[in-house]
Design a protein. Structure first.
Length: 455
């Protein structure tokens, strides 16, 4: 260990090359050298620029070249921390013949053999204010992944621990929020940090197809382009109903547990350029998890009803004790699908719930504001579930665009009024058919409390 410490103590790039056997890109070298040179480093980055890989390298470098180090690592979700960062550490640890003889890797800790209590890196999810408290050593490295989503209360204890010569803080993430400690590091507290911005357009690790797809879907002036490509914070748009960071978080949320209810949402477009969408969600005690979604174009109500029946038949076979809830927008062409499914049910177990986007609105449980119509209620329900980490679905660029571009106003009665579809189209946006389908699938229990403690 002494030889490793002497050779690589001040050269993390050389460590990565010689010990790990990798060749860091320019932006990865920049991150590694900033961690070496600065007490605190903050990195805001676009998508796919290798920030998590660099964090794994930095953790292994610090773990190898400092005596009795302690490296607390955290992220907003268990998925980000364990499935991504911790798995990345395992990958590079196992690739190095030297490191895999020195360290033991477990699902929560990487430690020097025979020194597990005082020479380690440890995974702590950022769910409690004391997650990063209680660590004492002359060599400390605090690692915050996806830092924009970490509560400031988690970060406060870290600042008091950054007193020794060998104490460091590294924060990285997509810059999804314009408030909080991570944002402040690049603004009011900039003089205290080594600040790095990694632009995906300039990275050889990011495909041009990815960058172009963001431009095609959202435009160069959009927040998704700023956050996912440029690595810049979103513009201050107080009139956007569902913020981007909430939707981004859903792909890193893990809704586990036994399925006890099933919900189908169908937004009917029939003919024309709009989509008919069918979303199937599984409900567990932890929330709602996307099982499948289907998009149809220029289809008849009979065809769409047949598609839904086929999915119900599949779900009845897999979950024979569960009666499927089918929520359909009954306005316009949707009434035909309602009629078709309410007819002969062909021995299938399901209940049809006719919904509407144009009703009188009202108030959701635990929310102080009233909505002018049922569109607001349905979308407000999606938003509160996202806020409570009770909704999981994989990344879908089209769905993200639809959820995060709809605006709202407060009318003369103090009620929330969401932007009309016709006005969205005037701004060059598509009809939010996927977002509506998701909202319908979640509408079965729209009046139930989800618990204020989750917010």
């Amino acid at each position: 260990m002494e030889e490793l410490i002497n050779r690589y103590h001040d050269d993390p790039v050389l460590f990565v090359k010689e010990v790990i056997g990798a060749e860091p890109a320019i932006e990865q070298k920049q991150m590694l050298e900033s961690i070496r040179d600065n007490r605190m480093t903050a990195v805001k980055a676009g998508h796919g620029v290798g920030k998590t890989t660099t964090l794994a390298w930095a953790i292994l470098w610090f773990l190898t070249t400092r005596p009795y180090p302690k490296i607390p690592c955290t992220a907003p979700t268990m998925h980000q921390l364990k499935d991504i960062l911790w798995a990345e550490i395992a990958k590079w640890l196992n690739q190095s013949a030297i490191l895999r003889t020195l360290f033991d890797w477990t699902a929560e800790r990487v430690a020097l053999k025979n020194y597990a209590d005082n020479w380690f890196a440890v995974a702590r999810t950022a769910t409690k204010p004391d997650a990063m408290q209680g660590f004492h050593s002359d060599s400390l490295l605090f690692v915050l992944d996806e830092a924009s989503g970490i509560n400031d209360q988690i970060i406060e204890p870290i600042l008091g621990a950054l007193t020794g010569e060998e104490t460091r803080l590294i924060m990285v993430g997509n810059p999804t929020k314009i408030t909080g400690f991570f944002h402040d590091a690049f603004t009011v507290n900039r003089a205290k940090f080594g600040c790095i911005t990694l632009n995906a357009e300039n990275s050889k690790m990011v495909s041009r197809d990815f960058v172009q797809s963001i431009i095609d879907l959202y435009g160069k002036g959009s927040d998704p382009y700023r956050v996912r490509v440029l690595g810049e914070f979103p513009k201050a748009q107080a009139d956007t109903f569902i913020p981007l960071d909430l939707v981004e978080k859903a792909s890193n949320t893990n809704i586990a547990g036994t399925v006890y209810d099933i919900h189908i949402g169908c937004d009917v477009a029939r003919y024309g350029d709009d989509e008919s969408t069918v979303y199937i969600l599984f409900q567990t005690p932890k929330g709602y998890k996307l099982n499948k979604f289907i998009v149809k174009y220029k289809n008849s109500t009979v065809e769409l009803s047949g598609t839904i029946r086929a999915e119900i038949r599949r779900l009845n076979s897999e979950f024979p004790d569960i009666t499927v809830n089918v929520n359909i927008d009954g306005g316009g062409f949707g009434s035909g699908v309602v009629d078709e499914l309410e007819g002969d049910q062909k021995d299938l177990k399901y209940i049809v719930n006719e919904k509407t986007f144009g009703g009188n609105g009202g108030q959701l449980n635990e929310e102080p504001m009233l909505y002018t119509n049922d569109t607001g209620l349905l979308w407000g329900n999606v938003k509160r579930l996202l806020m409570a980490d009770m909704l999981e679905f994989p990344e879908d660029a089209e769905l993200t665009a639809q959820l995060t571009t709809r605006k709202y106003t407060v009318d003369e009665d103090g009620k929330i009024k969401l932007e009309r579809k016709i006005d969205m189209k005037k701004r060059g946006l598509k009809s939010p058919d996927r977002a509506d389908g998701l909202a319908l699938a979640l509408s079965t229990n729209i009046n139930e409390s989800i618990g204020m403690a989750n917010y």
